[in-house]
Design a protein around this ligand. Sequence first.
Ligand SMILES: Cc1cc2nc3c(=O)[nH]c(=O)nc-3n(C[C@H](O)[C@H](O)[C@H](O)COP(=O)(O)O)c2cc1C
Length: 378
Amino acid sequence: MGGNSFGTLFMVTTFGESHGPGCGALVDGCPAGLTLGIEDIARELRRRRPGGSGPFSARNEADQPEILSGVFEGKTLGTPIAILVRNQNQRSGDYDELKDLYRPGHGDWTWEAKYGIRDHRGGGRSSGRETVGRVAAGAVAKTFLSRGGILIRAWTSAAAGIQAPEPGETGFDYEEAGQNPLGVPHREIAEKIFEKLEKLKKEGDSAGGVVTCMVTGLPPGLGDPVFGKLDARIAAAMVSIGAVKGVELGKGFSAASCLGSNNNDEPIPVRIGEGPSLGGLPWELPLGIPALAFKTNHAGGVLGGISTGAPLEFRVAFKPVPSISKKQCTVDRQNTVRDLVIHGRHDVCLVPRAIPVVEAMTALVLADLILLNRGARV
Ligand SMILES: Cc1cc2nc3c(=O)[nH]c(=O)nc-3n(C[C@H](O)[C@H](O)[C@H](O)COP(=O)(O)O)c2cc1C
């Protein structure tokens, strides 16, 4: 099976099935000399873990990473970094009855139609558990980016049809997003969403939502025309996450109903150090090219596929969790119509757990582009 590797210079391969011995990542191309501790990775993995109660999956695992190679005395060696996270809380028996059934909304039939075989336990590699490897690798990329002052922050901006305020709107509080288990930047709205998810859980149903991501400290100049555009890479990275159904960059779909005169971001002159952050990375504007900032950021920090130095902003839409305990109708391997009630431990809404996954995939795109950019010009 191909398609498990990501990146050109900062290369990541993830591995593992939901109910196999473990999941993880091999990161090849991380520069040497970076300070990297097990806690840098463990911290991100804790953010991805199921909540264990309320509207979250009851699967409860320590998700303690082991670094098998590539780090010596707390510093990266420039050699492949192998990270393993052992699966510890599988209850594979929960999935016995799904062996010959195809779950609506899941990849069971398509995977079998392609390979003729699938690990049905917990969805195998099509499980949300697969994101453990992404988050572990993303933690390495984040550590690399943070050295250059690049900060990636994501939060739940909508769930179960309830919208939270966006940055700049009354009540938006990023600190609050780190305090409540749903990652919502507004306490009362988080409580409202929580109540709605509890109700859905009782009804055996699930809900979708939206994650917003913002990156600050990015230097201008990241991204390659034409197929390697920064926005194209971000979109591809996001859609590679299970259950993602849409990505909006900057104003996204609402730009389609704007006029050019109110959508364009007008540039304003700045002196280096006063305007957009240059990220603290070894990046200089070419001789004779002025530094610019922008009055607005409707473009979401990308023009012509290349970063402007303004915050990179995008939103990712997740569909409702497909595994629900409400009775559904499906077909089995004998092509017989069957009723299906899914047991097992599933999230009612996967959005809060997807926040570190969105951040990790963003970090992988950006770390790769920063390394690629070192060969951009003489
Ligand atoms: C963090 C995360 C957790 C997930 N948890 C579940 C889950 O508990 N149950 C489930 O059926 N799907 C879950 N999914 C979604 C499935 O992985 C996904 O819907 C499935 O692979 C089908 O792929 P598609 O929705 O992209 O077409 C999760 C996805 C992510 C990213």
